[in-house]
Design a protein around this ligand. Structure first.
Ligand SMILES: Cc1ncc(COP(=O)(O)O)c(C=O)c1O
Length: 420
């Protein structure tokens, strides 16, 4: 008799993990207040400004400038950093593709480098090797749950006069040596897209400690306009990337929940590290003592088929999904995606990124980390069960499971809390 759900056994879990997004009457009341006030945009409302001030303070930065999404935030940050045609921007090969395409939006060239094997964040030692006389900026990405090594990155940037733009789309609430991410480099960019740990469906934010940069960010976001009282007199070709008051009202409510949720995710992630580390073939990522608070956008661990009787990562993912655990592979290497199909990109040597992306790394979405210890125990039990019965996976054809193996279970199909 087979044991694994994928070969006909019963699944470990048949109920959903916590739904995302989390909301309650606070969001409804805040939205209703904006509707009734008639102040729906920044020109007549106060919520966007309140969010900018509160979120910047939360992350330990002096200034916050809200905008439509994380991609726009990166584009604006590059413009403010003076990056343009002919310039190069160093980015990690493993990230969401708009970290790199934002460089293209300002007519600059993304230069891809490899990642560290134990954090999956940009490898600092490769930054120096990638610097040319055209390099203007580097975008470290705090990926999934880990933080890029900001000590080394800031040191390299200072010695080579590079602008550091932190991509913090995955790191709301995270702290490096006690300091909030996004306030460590020259500029820090956040996303409030639906899957992120603080969300209004869409949205973004740029943080900086530099007053002039903050004024320029605002001008690029607000059709070139300066704010009353701004010192800058620079005219810029701004877009309309403004966040609405509705989104800011929701985000203010979400910000109030972030501390408690971050604590819960961190507690469950530590527990997973401890328990999964005992299973042969599974390795958690590195715990860096310099990361004093970790805001997990997802929980990532390494899979090695040698511990699972040679089962491929695809077989493992398919089997785990059938056990009721929503798991997926990580991003594909950006320079090897269709968008960057030129021959030069194909020839890049990115062994760590390729190994993580194609055979090793697996991701649990952040909402599962909001569960109870019993929920997390289900994940551990399911992985142990697959380890015990890995022989059943030997002849498993993956064709039927292409959807989960290539793209992961659709995050948005997780049941949202119904309106009552
Ligand atoms: C690492 C990273 N950077 C940037 C972005 C862009 O954010 P947005 O989707 O809000 O444009 C994302 C979004 O998923 C991301 O994961």
């Amino acid at each position: 008799m087979t044991q694994l759900a994928i070969t006909g056994g019963s699944p470990v879990r048949d109920k959903p993990f916590p739904a995302w997004p989390v909301w309650d009457d606070t969001e409804l009341e805040a939205l209703s207040e904006v509707v009734r006030s008639g102040g729906w945009s920044i020109f007549r409302g106060t919520k966007v400004r309140a969010l900018e001030t509160q979120f910047a303070a939360y992350q330990g930065a002096k200034y916050g400038e809200a905008c439509v999404n994380g991609t726009a935030a990166l584009e604006v940050a590059l413009r403010v950093a003076g990056v343009g045609a002919g310039d190069e921007v160093i980015v990690p090969a493993l990230t969401w593709l708009t970290t790199a395409s934002s460089a293209l939006f300002v007519n600059a060239t993304p230069v891809f480098i490899d990642i560290e094997p134990d954090t999956y964040c940009i490898a600092p030692e490769q930054i120096e090797a990638a610097i040319s006389e055209r390099t203007k900026a580097v975008i470290p990405v705090h990926l999934y749950g880990c933080l890029a090594d900001m000590d080394r990155i800031l040191d390299i940037a200072q010695r080579h006069d590079l602008v550091v733009i932190e991509d913090c789309a995955h790191a709301h609430g995270s702290r490096w040596r006690g300091q909030g991410v996004g306030s460590l480099g020259d500029l820090g960019c956040f996303s409030f897209e639906a899957s992120k740990t603080m969300t209004s469906g869409e949205g973004g934010m740029i943080l900086t400690n530099d007053r002039e940069m903050s004024e320029l960010c605002h001008a690029y976001i607000n059709s070139g306009r300066l704010r009353k009282g701004d010192r800058s007199s620079q005219q810029v070709l701004g877009r309309n990337y403004r966040l609405t008051e509705f989104q800011a009202a929701i985000l203010l409510a979400q910000l109030n929940r972030l501390d408690g949720q971050t604590e819960q995710r961190q507690k469950n992630a530590l527990y997973l590290d401890k328990e999964l580390g005992k299973i042969p073939g599974i390795s958690p990522l590195r715990q860096d003592p310099r990361v004093t608070r970790q805001g997990f956008y997802a929980y990532v661990f390494k899979y090695n088929g040698e511990g699972f009787q040679g089962a491929s990562r695809g077989q493992f993912i398919a089997a785990l999904c059938e056990e009721g655990i929503p798991i997926s592979p990580v991003y594909e290497p950006v320079p090897l995606s269709v968008l960057f199909s030129g021959a030069a990109y194909r020839q890049l040597s990115l062994p760590v990124t390729e190994q993580a992306s194609y055979s090793e790394a697996v991701v649990l979405p952040q909402a599962v980390l909001l569960g109870t210890q019993a929920d997390i125990d289900d994940i551990i039990e399911a992985i142990r069960k697959i380890w015990q019965h890995a022989d059943e996976l030997e002849d498993l054809e993956l064709e039927e499971y292409r959807n989960v193996v290539d793209r992961g279970p659709d995050f948005y199909t997780m049941p949202a809390k119904p309106l009552t």
